[in-house]
Write a protein of this length. Sequence first.
Lengths: 230, 225
Amino acid sequence: MELLAFGKTGWGDELFYATLMTIAVSITAMLVGFFFALIFTPLKLSKYKTLNLIGNFYTTVIRGVPELLVIYLFFFGGSGAIMYVASIFGYYEYIEINAFITGSMAIGIISGAYSTEVFRGAIQSIDRGQFEAAKVLGINKIGQFYKIILPQMLRLAIPNLSNVWQITLKDTSLISVTGLVEIMRQSYIAAGSTRDPLFFYSFAAVLYLLLTYISMKLINKLEVKYSRGY
Amino acid sequence: MDFDLMINSFPKLLGATVVTLKLLSASLFFGLFLGLFFAILRLNKNIFINKFAYGYSYIFRGTPLLVQIFIIYFGLGQIEYLRTTFLWVILKEPYWCAIIAFTLNTGAYTSEILRSAFQTIKPGIIEAGKSLGISNKIIFYKIQIPIAIRQSLPAYGNEIILMMKGTSLASTVTLMDLTGVAKYIISTTFKPIEVFIVAGGIYLFMTFIIHNVIKYLEKKYSFQQ
């Protein structure tokens, strides 16, 4: 137990901050994912073939390629891409992006592909009459999507979004390969310096279980709240 | 774009794909049996057996695969007793550790898929079997299992694809699978985009094949025929 003590002797405080880091990365990634989903969902549902193709390309590629490979792409290619963009604007210094941003972008793009699929399914299960009513009232396309479809869709999407959240939370463990000190990385460091990998990795597993358990409870509450009227 | 690098790295990556496929097929094979075993335990009326099976699937579905691999590869080696048994022959190899971790992981998901498939079988079908005087054992093997397999095909297809992506984690325990070799090439050439396109393309191709095979099987075993 003294291995988990807070302060200089144990790893308690380090693991506590690492857990906060995991939560922070997961939430950031989830929000980045929503941002991507809000762009790509309309594309996937669009009447135009080209827009459809772009939307499908995004979800198919990201969901068909291992998360680790996407993270490596961002980790090794991220600063190069930023520097390339910067060089267009005449800035040639070396730019290093921190691991938090790289990690949450990579996981966010992955999470976005799953969210897009969830949103698409939810929109398709909304009654057609809602679209028609909005059209009759003369609301334009953008207004239709953001004011009428989106609020109804969110309720239908919550159960599946909770799955996406679980996937995102577990995927953050992969960012440890880039050196960001979250639960997995911290356990790796602790295991290395105490030569007690069994204890620290098992403890990491317990932390992840706690996180998934607590978030499930919270999401269930949210689900009850939003389906009150039904 | 460095097309030469893409062409040169293709054979290396293709060779590594064999490792990925070996890991995938071994863990799916063992995982299917494990999943079936735990699905049957889940349907057991005994509350302890039931809870045990639920606990197994809850733990393996609630923690990242990376943690599971690390516990098995780095963690188990720490137990002195284990080093003296014959198990150590298996556990000192990263290849077998990865397969054990993948099997346990996919087994947990498979047990959930099969359990829900068993539960959606209409009681009338089992009753019909009973009224024909078929024994419980044969009802289970000849009626329930084939129907459950058909029911779970779409979900199991997704699980195969998820597992294929999961095998990329083998690269974290020194195995040179497709992702492992891709990372090696990226870190020696610093050309992430080119390597990503080739390696990602191979993964997408495998996803495409799995997807279509499952679709074909679904059609072949659909109830309409």
